[in-house]
Each structure stands twice: as C-alpha cells, then as structure tokens.
Design a protein around this ligand. Structure first.
Ligand code: SF4
Length: 128
C-alpha cells in the first residue's frame, strides 16, 4: 500500500454517470476505467487530480475533491502512458478536422455532445 496523503483527486458521481466512456480517453494515466457500465477510479495512485477528464463529461458526473488517499505514483502512471501511446489514435477538431498532432485541442460541449476544438477554431466559437 502506498503512502497516504491529502491531495486533489477525481470524484465520480455514479448517479450522474451514464457510462458513455468519454472520460476514459482524456485520462493519460489510465486512472478512469469502465466497470459495470460506470466510470470508476479503481487505482487511485494513477489519478494525478489534474482534472483533464472534467470538461468532457456530458452530465457533470466528474468533479475534483481534496481528501486522504494514496500518493500519485509517477512510475506506475508512466507504464500506462507508454502502453496508451502504443495504441494512440489522434483526436480531431470538430470544426476543421485538424489533428491534435498538428494543433492543440480543447474539450468543449456543443449541441449536447462532448467534442474537441482546436485553438484556431476556438476564438470563432467564443466570438461568433
Ligand atoms: S464522461 Fe461522465 S457520464 Fe460518461 S462515463 Fe465518464 S463520468 Fe460517466
């Protein structure tokens, strides 16, 4: 069992989670998995509490909380990150189809769906 610390970590509201699975991809460390039709953080040492998953959840099931848990395990996370890189599929901007390999993408909510927008298309979304 790892060192116990008080830190920020993702909280998943099971009542709000529809099991869509959209939050799994943005979690580079693989902390979020689908189990019995719900998103779960099974290995808390893999969640760094950065909250990249929060913006993509269509139901607001994901939040951050500060509580006692195991310390974030960089070494274990790096193993997962390396495995995910081997199976990497680039996401694309919904507006111009630019790949995240060519320009940074940000998660956005649009017409009831969670999707990605590139940094070039984002200003027109904001300002019209
Ligand atoms: S994105 Fe939200 S609703 Fe979908 S699986 Fe993750 S926590 Fe559940």
């Amino acid at each position: 069992m790892g060192e116990r610390v008080v830190r920020q970590i993702v909280r998943i509201d099971e009542d709000l989670c529809t099991g869509c699975g959209v939050c799994v991809g943005p979690c580079a460390e693989g902390a979020i998995v689908m189990q019995d039709g719900k998103a779960k953080v099974i290995r808390e040492e893999l969640c760094d509490g950065a909250g990249f998953c929060l913006g993509v959840c269509p139901t607001g099931a994901l939040t951050l909380e500060t509580r006692e848990t195991v310390a974030f395990d960089h070494s274990a996370a790096e193993v997962i990150i390396a495995e995910k890189k081997a199976n990497y599929i680039a996401q694309h901007c919904f507006s111009c189809s630019t790949s995240e390999d060519d320009r940074p993408l940000l998660p956005v909510r649009r017409a009831g769906e969670s999707t990605w927008v590139c940094t070039r298309c984002l200003p027109s979304l904001i300002h019209g």
